[in-house]
Design a protein around this ligand. Structure first.
Ligand code: PGA
Length: 250
C-alpha cells in the first residue's frame, strides 16, 4: 500500500511563537486527514512545534540536515540532534539549497544516508529547471538526481524515503505544473526507483509533487495515479489553505 503524505515546508518563515500558534490553528483542521501530515520547520522552531503538535496527527520535520555525525561544522545540525528533539522527517536537497547553498547530488546522497541511518524519514527533492525542460532533459535529469540521491540506500531504508518531484520553475512562482506534467515527472522518479530497486519498491514508494501546489489545484494533482502527496511551501503558511490541500487526499 502506497502512503499519501502532505508535508508543509515553511522555509525561512515563523518564529517559535508564530510556529506554535499556527500549529494550534491547524490541529483541529487536519485531525481527520486521510494522509500523513508533516510540517517541516526552521531549526529554531522545532522545540515549539514538537510541543504544539503533541497529541495530534501532525508530525514535525526539519528543512535540512548535515551529513556528519558531529564535529567542526559551524552552523550545522546533525541527524542525531534532530531525532533527539522529536523530529521525524527531514527535507533534503531542496532546489533552494541546491541553488543558493551549493548543494550537489553527492551531498544530497550523503545527507540522505545520514538521515536514514539516524532513523529519520527523508523527503528528497528532485526537479528540473525550465531550461532543462525546454532542452528535453526532464526524464534524464529526474532519473539521474533520483539515482544519485538513493545510492547506497538499502531496500529496508527505502521504506523511509519519500521523493518530492519539484520542478524548479514551479516553486514559489505561482506557475504550477499541470496535473499531467506532475504525473509524468513523478512517473520518471518512480521508474528510476524501479530500475534501482525493482517494480515492487517503485510501486510502494511515496512520490510527492511540489511547486505552487495550493488550495485551488491540490485536488486535481492528487487525483493523478503517480502523485502520492505534496510538498507545500507558501500554502503551508496558512492553516485554512494547508487544510484544504490536506483534504485533497480523498
Ligand atoms: P511553493 O514551494 O509551494 O511555495 O511553490 C514548494 C517547495 O519549495 O517545497
Amino acid at each position: 500500500m502506497r502512503k499519501y503524505v502532505i508535508a508543509g515546508n515553511w522555509k525561512m518563515n515563523n518564529t517559535p511563537a508564530e510556529a506554535a500558534a499556527l500549529i494550534e490553528e491547524m490541529k483541529p483542521l487536519v485531525a481527520d486527514a486521510k494522509c500523513d501530515v508533516v510540517l517541516c520547520v526552521p531549526f529554531v522552531d522545532i522545540a515549539a512545534s514538537v510541543e504544539a503538535a503533541k497529541g495530534s496527527n501532525i508530525k514535525i520535520g526539519a528543512e535540512n540536515v548535515h551529513f556528519k555525525a558531529s564535529g567542526a561544522y559551524t552552523g550545522e545540525i546533525s541527524a542525531e540532534m534532530l531525532t533527539a528533539c522529536g523530529v521525524e522527517y527531514v527535507v533534503i536537497g531542496h532546489s533552494e539549497r541546491r541553488q543558493y547553498f551549493g548543494e550537489t547530488d553527492q551531498t544530497v546522497n550523503l545527507r540522505t544516508l545520514a538521515a536514514l541511518n539516524a532513523g529519520l524519514k527523508a523527503i528528497v527533492c528532485v526537479g528540473e529547471t525550465l531550461e532543462q525542460r525546454e532542452l528535453g532533459y526532464t526524464e534524464t535529469l529526474l532519473k539521474y538526481q533520483t539515482k544519485m540521491a538513493l545510492t547506497n540506500v538499502t531496500e529496508e531504508q527505502l521504506k523511509n524515503v519519500i521523493i518530492a518531484y519539484e520542478p524548479v520553475w514551479a516553486i514559489g512562482t505561482g506557475v504550477t505544473a499541470t496535473d499531467d506534467q506532475a504525473d509524468e515527472g513523478n512517473g520518471f522518479v518512480r521508474a528510476a526507483v524501479a530500475e534501482m530497486f525493482g517494480e515492487k519498491a517503485a510501486e510502494e514508494i511515496t512520490v510527492q509533487y511540489g511547486g505552487s501546489m495550493n488550495a485551488k489545484n491540490a485536488e486535481g494533482l492528487l487525483a493523478k495515479p503517480n502523485v502520492d502527496g505534496g510538498l507545500i511551501g507558501g500554502a503551508s503558511l496558512k492553516a485554512e489553505d494547508f487544510s484544504v490541500v490536506v483534504h485533497g487526499v480523498k
